[in-house]
Design a protein around this ligand. Structure first.
Ligand code: ASP
Length: 321
């Protein structure tokens, strides 16, 4: 694996291999596996807040036996404040670390970084565009909680237009046959055109509905993927609290889901899933967050194993020095 910027780059054999590898790391239950990451330095460069993505990447790197350089508030504490371009920052950090995990508020930032980076760049979320490692983690959660198979019905609810996790997950689900995707979202807040086009090209059955109730009652999904309103990414109208009720799970709606349905959420959750529902066995979102470590171990291990020329040349420079 080289850079991981978009789910477009992940094909079915790669995904299957990542899931098998994550299974192996999960079975190791946190024991260190120093063979995979020993001697590797991972830089985590985050221009946007993060709890799970950054810390699970760092936990994964340490559990692989590697080490971490971290800038958790790069927008405030890196030379970005002095006007340095993202490209220059990446060139420099790429000369210190073996790989860079980047989160940035601008769509396309990861691709810009990858274009100049001497080491692999992993997109940890670029604006409202994509979040590919979250999508691998979401598919791993489906594998563990429901069973990953052709023909699943997946309902995706909430801020479909701006939720990068929905965009990446939809692209990965399109790798399976007979998948049906049901998007529940406010009027005019549907999928961006590029994601719609990708689903259309893959022949995925797509339905759009205006309420979570329609998705739950009309489609009886195997997986319900909830998201929050991305208020930092777009203006919301004065009635948003009222409107958002249509995309909040209630005990009554949860009761209408099938017994085997898994409720996922990339977190942080706000009012769309009340804490009172957490004890239901179908509420899988905290288990999903925990799967982040073995999944990111699998992603980093694949990257370190891969024949990335920059990593190879960097090791040569070190060896020669
Ligand atoms: N944590 C996820 C993300 O970074 C989901 C969210 O923030 O709503 O995209």
């Amino acid at each position: 694996m080289n850079h991981l910027v978009s789910c477009d780059q992940i094909d079915r054999p790669t995904l299957d291999a990542l899931i098998r590898s994550a299974d192996r790391f999960e079975r190791m239950a946190g024991r260190l596996n120093p063979n995979e990451g020993e001697g590797r330095l991972l830089a985590t460069l985050f221009y946007e807040p993060s709890t799970r993505t950054r810390l699970s990447f760092e936990a994964a790197q340490y559990r692989l036996g590697g080490q971490v350089l971290s800038t958790e508030a790069a927008g405030q504490f890196s030379s970005h404040v002095k006007g340095e371009s993202l490209e220059d920052t990446i060139r420099v950090i790429g000369s210190y670390a073996d790989a860079i995990v980047l989160r940035h508020p601008e769509a396309g930032a990861a691709a810009r970084a990858a274009a100049v980076s001497p080491v692999p760049v992993i997109n940890a979320g670029d604006g409202d565009n994509e979040h590919p490692t979250q999508a691998v983690l979401d598919l791993y959660t489906i594998h563990r909680e429901v069973g990953l198979q052709d023909g699943l019905t997946v309902a995706l609810s909430g801020d479909v237009r701006h939720s990068r996790t929905i965009h990446s997950l939809a692209r990965l689900l399109a790798l399976y046959k007979g998948i049906e995707l049901v998007f529940a979202h406010p009027e005019n807040q549907g999928l961006p055109a590029d994601v719609s086009a990708a689903l259309h090209a893959a022949g995925v059955a797509v339905t759009h509905v205006k309420t979570l109730r329609e998705a739950v009652e009309g489609c009886r999904p195997d997986v319900l993927y909830m998201t929050r309103l991305q208020r930092e990414r777009h203006e919301v109208g004065a009635t948003w609290r009222e409107d958002w009720r249509e995309f909040c799970l209630t005990p009554e709606l949860l009761g209408r889901l099938k017994n085997h349905t898994a409720v996922l959420h990339p977190l942080p959750r706000l009012s769309e899933i009340p804490a009172a529902l957490d004890a239901d066995p179908r509420a899988a979102y905290f288990r999903q967050a925990a799967y982040g470590v073995p999944v990111r171990m699998a992603i980093l291990a694949a990257l370190y194993r891969g024949p990335h020329p920059a990593v190879r040349s960097l090791s040569c420079v070190r060896a020669a020095g």
